[in-house]
Write a protein that binds this ligand. Structure first.
Ligand SMILES: [Zn+2]
Length: 365
């Protein structure tokens, strides 16, 4: 965060002095490669302009009274809906509540361009009125403080998706960098409660054993909101063929992310390679996208005293400030690439957002 602020401050101070070479040249968004074309609205495929575009996961800094205006990048890129993280396993309950309070307040004050979505009707309305629909997700379950009643409360506050462990094992479930622990008794009760109150059941960041158990237990479709196939990129955060098939059998979705260590090379072609792989295994109706763009890119969300090397072990390759993040501006290019690679308009529309509309429709009720 500090380096980000310093960079932002330096950019501000430099403004009065240097005149840009070409005033008409739009500023290149952070994360977009220098040679990559920034597609303007007129270059977007019709199905992209007219369909629901669903980003299953993004991260803003988890601080009270946070400014959500960086989400303008999603809006301008034609995204209809984005799920924003409001807490990970290392964030205490009180901090998660403060973050939610700030986000809700910001969204209410910026309702000309944004809305807090609680239903797929809200998402459809946002599309019609040119707004960005937002709801919240939890990355882990330790903020429940072992209290099942917290799940309904989080839902009332706008949380519509959660997974049960963030990288490490906890009292409810196993994390992908843990001992491949399954669900505990409490974990099984949590899955049922998530189904009951109406949230999307998410298995990203969970251990393989936990994810397989959840997919067997859940009465609703289960998603991996931001996980890639390990056959394309071997990584503990990624999912194998058995997990992919089990997910599809629940009616769920494997949503491809744009994080360097899990993706490989951060090119659109690489994203397509991940999409292609899952489509070949289980079909286009079980594929989505959760780019997981981090607007912060340094782990300021870690409370004092927490060890970054525990939550993101060296073997994970996660190195905030250095690793690549596919930016939201890449969304239209992904739509173009899907069509160029031979996907039908129906399949491309499903992958870009239609599948998540289906799963949210089944899960949020
Ligand atoms: Zn994540």
């Amino acid at each position: 965060m500090l380096s980000f602020l310093l960079a932002a401050g330096a950019a501000k101070m430099a403004q009065p002095q240097a005149e840009p070479a070409n005033m008409n040249q739009p500023k290149r968004p952070r994360g977009l490669k220098p040679t990559e074309p920034l597609l303007s609205r007129k270059d977007w495929p019709v199905l992209y302009r007219e369909g629901i575009v669903w980003d299953a996961h993004a991260c803003l800094p988890l601080i009270p009274n946070a400014d959500m205006s960086p989400l303008q990048r999603h809006r301008e890129a034609g995204v209809t809906y984005v799920s924003v993280n409001v807490g990970m396993d290392f964030n205490p309950l009180a901090d998660c509540i403060r973050v939610i309070a700030g986000f809700r307040d910001w969204l209410a004050k910026h309702d000309d361009h944004y809305c807090l979505a609680g239903s797929i009707a809200d998402v459809a309305r946002a599309k019609e009125t040119g707004k960005l629909a937002v709801s919240f997700d939890l990355e882990g379950s330790m903020m429940l403080n072992d209290d099942l009643a917290m799940i309904g409360l989080f839902r009332d506050l706008g949380v519509r998706q959660m997974h049960l462990a963030y990288n490490r094992d906890n009292q409810i479930a196993g994390g992908c960098h843990g001992e491949d622990q399954g669900l505990t008794d409490l974990g099984r009760a949590v899955v049922k409660e998530i189904n009951r109150v109406g949230m999307i059941m998410d298995c990203s960041h969970s251990s393989r054993a936990t994810s397989l158990e959840i997919m067997q237990l859940s009465s609703k479709p289960v998603v991996f909101s931001h996980s890639n196939p390990s056959a394309v990129r071997a990584h503990p955060r990624n999912v194998d063929d058995i997990q992919i098939k089990a997910c599809a059998e629940t009616g769920g979705i494997i949503a491809i992310n744009g994080i360097g260590p899990f993706l490989g090379d951060d090119r659109t072609e690489t994203i397509l390679a991940h999409i292609d792989y899952v489509v070949k295994k289980v079909g286009a109706k079980h594929v989505g996208i959760g780019i997981d763009y981090s607007f912060d890119q340094v782990h300021t969300d870690l409370p004092p005293g927490e060890d970054a090397a525990y939550w993101w072990p060296k073997t994970s390759g996660v190195d905030f400030g250095k690793m690549a993040f596919v930016p939201p501006e890449r969304w239209p290019a992904i739509a173009v690439a899907l069509l160029k690679n031979g996907y039908s308009e129906a399949d491309a529309t499903a992958i870009l957002g239609g599948n998540f509309m289906r799963v949210a429709g089944e899960s949020w009720t």
